[in-house]
Write a protein that binds this ligand. Structure first.
Ligand SMILES: Nc1ncnc2c1ncn2[C@@H]1O[C@H](COP(=O)(O)OP(=O)(O)OP(=O)(O)O)[C@@H](O)[C@H]1O
Ligand SMILES: [Mg+2]
Ligand SMILES: [Zn+2]
Length: 486
């Protein structure tokens, strides 16, 4: 006897429909899964068998073959457990096969039959909808995601509940559409004392989406400021929110029971993270930090500590807003449009820029440090600020302006920039042309200064870009302390 269940396979950030066929034949008891399952998927056998017994349902005493079609598509992970179990039950007519046919299913099974969430419920629900399946069996934690795709979730805690539901003897408690984790409160800029110039650069970065490098001695508030950038960015649009939620869902980083991601993401990988972890790769392939930061902020704290290959790999996403990741067959393109913030000390020992301390770095060590932050990468930071060591008086001084006031100006500037960037006055153009000659600004550098100047003008509510706006934009080019002015 034969029965079918529907599920999906994740391919990059997409889901493709997969049919699970369970075939029961006469013969000595055996259980095989075919159709390119990976190891985790092969192991479904043990979980499915144990779950069916735990649910006090019958394990078939004959030859059982489960085929995952199309056979050419790799099936990865434990999310096939629930559809396999349901197909087996339908093949044995323990649940009605026709009813199962209207449902997609996803979920890992514990040995006692509990249904555990697996990543990618949003894209799975979207795939179900495309396949004309109106219902999706999933763990309760995954239900808010399925609802976002306009598919009716059938949230189940246990395999037994899914079977009872198909037989018409159980109705799952509805899951609230609005269910989401407690909103995360971004840290506030009011905590930062002094550092006016860095705060200003943060505001410009947020308004224009410019990459920002904060350099300076230890303990001057670089990390503190960088962490406060997402809090002054506008909320994501509905479309962007869905896009980000899809990515985070597939990557398995959505908090359980979470619906839409409405705030720009913030990612801060440690410098020991591997290059694939940063740009994407591995089985699947999995999106990396640059993709997880899509539409949000990527902080590389202690930029100088990151290995050079990881920094080089950032060039493509910074240029294109996408990242190509190699997979077994060909490559996939992941979105990766993020605002990059780097922090660094001015030298390996950290003393440079600190008037009270003597730098102990050898010239070779200093040269190697700067060399690593290759010219090309530094050139991609539109705004470079050196933070001075705050004198104790300043630190003890008044708290700064809070994030909400800054966020207001950022939103207004973004709106005005969206209506078309302001044009430069003749004086502004002339100043920029002189800068090209004087500091040998590259073509890319020129374009970047123009964009920053337009943002500065927009923040000032100006109709056109004036010379003073260009002057401010120029003042954020790599300072001489970094000695690699681009
Ligand atoms: N401008 C500031 N306003 C208020 N607190 C500050 C400021 N600068 C530093 N601090 C305090 O010092 C601590 C360290 O700051 P932070 O980690 O941001 O420094 P950093 O510049 O990143 O240093 P490092 O180079 O060592 O990473 C903060 O947690 C905060 O308590
Ligand atoms: Mg720091
Ligand atoms: Zn030093």
């Amino acid at each position: 006897m034969l029965a079918r269940a529907h599920t999906h396979a994740l391919v990059g950030l997409d889901a493709r429909t997969v049919e699970v066929e369970a075939h029961l034949q006469r013969g000595s008891p055996a259980f095989a899964i075919v159709g390119l399952p990976d190891k985790a998927c092969q192991e479904a056998k043990e979980r499915v068998r144990s779950s069916i017994k735990s649910a006090e349902l019958e394990w078939p005493r004959c030859r059982l073959t489960v085929n995952l079609a199309p056979a050419g598509l790799r099936k990865e992970g434990s999310g096939y457990d629930l559809p396999i179990a349901l197909a087996v039950l339908a093949a044995g007519r323990q649940v009605p096969p026709e009813r199962l046919g209207e449902h997609a299913a996803m979920g890992e099974l514990a040995l006692d039959g509990r249904v555990r969430p697996v990543p990618g419920a949003l894209v799975a629900a979207e795939a179900a909808r495309r396949a004309g399946l109106p219902y999706l069996f999933c763990a309760r934690e995954s239900a808010p995601e399925a609802l976002l795709a306009g598919v009716e979730a059938v949230p189940v805690r246990h395999l037994g509940e899914a079977a009872a539901y198909l037989r018409g003897s159980f109705r799952p408690e509805p899951v609230e559409a609005a269910a989401r984790a407690a909103p995360f409160r971004d840290p506030d800029l009011a905590d930062v004392r002094g550092q006016e110039r860095a705060r200003r650069a943060l505001e410009i970065a947020a308004a224009g989406g410019h990459n920002l490098l904060l350099a300076g001695p230890p303990g001057t508030g670089k990390t503190m400021l960088a962490r406060r950038l997402p809090g002054i960015l506008p909320a994501l649009t509905q479309e962007q929110a869905l896009e980000v939620t899809r990515i985070h869902s597939v990557a398995g980083i959505l908090p359980a029971g979470h619906g839409l991601v409405e705030r720009p993401p913030f990612r801060a990988p440690h410098h020991t993270a591997s290059t694939p972890a940063i740009v994407g790769g591995g089985p699947g392939p999995r999106p990396g930090e640059v993709t997880l930061a899509h539409r949000g902020v990527l902080l590389l704290d202690e930029l100088g500590e990151f290995p050079r290959p990881a920094l080089e790999a950032l060039r493509q996403p910074l240029e294109d807003g996408t990242v190509a990741v190699a997979r077994i067959m060909g490559r996939v393109l992941f979105p990766a449009r993020f605002l990059l913030v780097g922090t660094m000390n001015l030298c390996p020992c950290g003393a440079r820029g600190d008037p009270g301390v003597e730098c102990s770095c050898s010239p070779q060590r200093l040269a190697a440090y700067r060399e690593k932050l290759s010219r090309a990468l530094l050139d991609r930071f539109d705004l470079v600020v050196t933070l001075p060591r705050a004198r104790s008086v300043e630190v003890a001084g008044a708290r700064g302006e809070g994030s909400s006031g800054v966020a207001h100006r950022v939103a207004a500037a973004r709106e005005s920039l969206a209506g078309g960037p302001p044009c430069p006055t003749p004086a502004a153009s002339e100043l920029l042309a002189r800068a090209v000659d004087r500091v040998g600004l590259s073509a890319r550098g020129h374009a970047r200064v123009s964009r920053v100047a337009a943002t500065v003008a927009a923040l000032a509510g100006a109709e056109s870009v004036a010379a003073e706006h260009v002057a401010e934009a120029l003042s954020y080019r790599s300072p001489s302390e970094l000695a690699v002015a681009a």
